[in-house]
Design a protein around this ligand. Sequence first.
Ligand SMILES: N[C@@H](CCC(=O)N[C@@H](CS)C(=O)NCC(=O)O)C(=O)O
Length: 202
Amino acid sequence: MKLFYSGNSPYARRTRLAARQVANLSGLVIEEVDAAPLGTADHALFQHGPGAKVPGLQTESGAYLCETLVITNYLNGRSGGKLMPGDPAQFEGVLELEGIGSLLMDTLFHCSHEKRRAAGEQSPGVIAKETERANRCYDALENRLGGQAAVLNVGTIAAVASLGYSDWRHAEDDWRGGRPGLATWFDEMMKTRDVAETHPII
Ligand SMILES: N[C@@H](CCC(=O)N[C@@H](CS)C(=O)NCC(=O)O)C(=O)O
């Protein structure tokens, strides 16, 4: 299998962490292919589908999967469910966490693009709305992850990648402020080799 990524993409980071965890636990071989720079009109990713975005996963049969949630779900299936907790009582909580992490990532990504528009084209209303949404997500993550152990599953992967992206693109959010449990959890996650290796280069 080949996983197409770019170094600082938070979406691709989620699938890279999922792929590495699956490879570590099940022995599947997944080659990471750096597809940067993105956004060119003749990019090689157009051979695989209409999006030309990362992440993208080419399977052994030649199928080409796009979208982070689709790829992560596929990798979890291929590993026999190793990206989900073994305890059924924790299953839905991890999906809730994955949803909040995904929501936060989309919110931060949208807001980051808005902030990088030319001054006259920015919408202060959109930035304020998305910043408030991000703050609610940070609070939800503090409630769920504060005091928790550093384990990798689809939920914690989405959370750690979103917070890492916030450090890079939205340092002014100061998500650690007033959220000491989440800050400690993040620091523990960063001690995991794959999490540290895939952190955005800031
Ligand atoms: N909804 C997609 C978002 C992926 C995405 O936006 N990727 C960005 C990089 S972070 C990209 O490939 N951008 C290239 C482009 O817009 O041409 C997912 O969940 O995978």
